[in-house]
Design a protein around this ligand. Structure first.
Ligand SMILES: [Zn+2]
Ligand SMILES: [Zn+2]
Length: 242
């Protein structure tokens, strides 16, 4: 086994709050420059741009299709999947559950792109809204599609499971919890190991310059989704680097 450098939380121009320069080829170029070997694409409430980033990567690095679900409690949960089909199936269910999702003022352009970064269409759903899936329901949905469920940026004072619920529900089995770059740089990531969950750090990039700013090394035989899943479940093999 050897360690592989991972950033498992990267947004594209599909996310309402992400920069329009977060195109598939630009993300791949920035990830390679940062020395990353495996990344995950996690847009808010959609996996619509993951296939284009995978295609843009060719064989240069591993790209995991994912989604960052906003639950009914306004907590963010990352879902990472082995296939674009599984990610799309979850994405379709989440999109269909966004209430009044065509009403209200849009935020951002929410661009669905091809692998060259060209626009295919603008996503009409308001991706910043909360889905109708609870924290428990979102984790069940992710696991039901063979995915990895990670509680996003648990240290943040908003949009995290801890900020919204006040605790990590004992009946919800996350595969890992994520600490934000700010908390990691402040030396607070190790404190979350007391939760009993594997702790990961990712960039939560909304801009190209953020890609790889924080990362986690995972020991794997082969750099792949199954290898990542196994490594997460064996917390001894996580090495955090700021
Ligand atoms: Zn988030
Ligand atoms: Zn995010």
């Amino acid at each position: 086994m050897k360690p592989f450098s991972a950033d498992l939380h990267i947004h594209t121009a599909l996310s309402p709050c992400a920069d329009d320069n977060m195109t598939p080829p630009a993300i791949i170029k920035a990830a390679i420059k940062a020395g990353l070997q495996i990344i995950a694409i996690c847009d808010h409430n959609s996996a619509g741009n993951a296939p284009a980033v995978i295609a843009a990567a060719k064989d240069e690095l591993i790209v995991i299709p994912g989604i960052e679900i906003t639950t009914s409690e306004e907590a963010h949960i990352l879902g990472l999947f082995e296939t674009t089909q599984a990610a799309a199936a979850v994405s379709d269910l989440i999109l269909a559950s966004l209430p009044n999702s065509f009403a209200g003022k849009p935020r951002g352009r929410q661009i669905v792109m091809n692998e060259r970064g060209g626009p295919i269409r603008l996503e009409p759903h308001r991706l910043f809204l909360s889905s109708q899936y609870s924290v428990s329901g979102a984790v069940d949905l992710i696991h039901g599609h063979g995915g990895i469920a990670i509680a996003s940026h648990v240290d943040r004072p908003s949009f995290s499971v801890l900020s919204q619920l006040g605790f990590l529900p004992p009946d919800v089995l996350f595969d890992a919890i994520e600490v934000s770059p700010a908390a990691h740089r402040a030396g607070r990531s190790s404190a979350y190991e007391a939760t009993g969950y594997p702790v990961v750090v990712s960039s939560d990039s909304h801009f190209l310059t953020e890609i790889g700013c924080c990362r986690t090394f995972f020991s794997m035989d082969v750099c792949s989704f199954p290898g990542l899943k196994q490594a997460i479940h064996d917390r001894q093999q996580l090495i955090l680097k700021g």
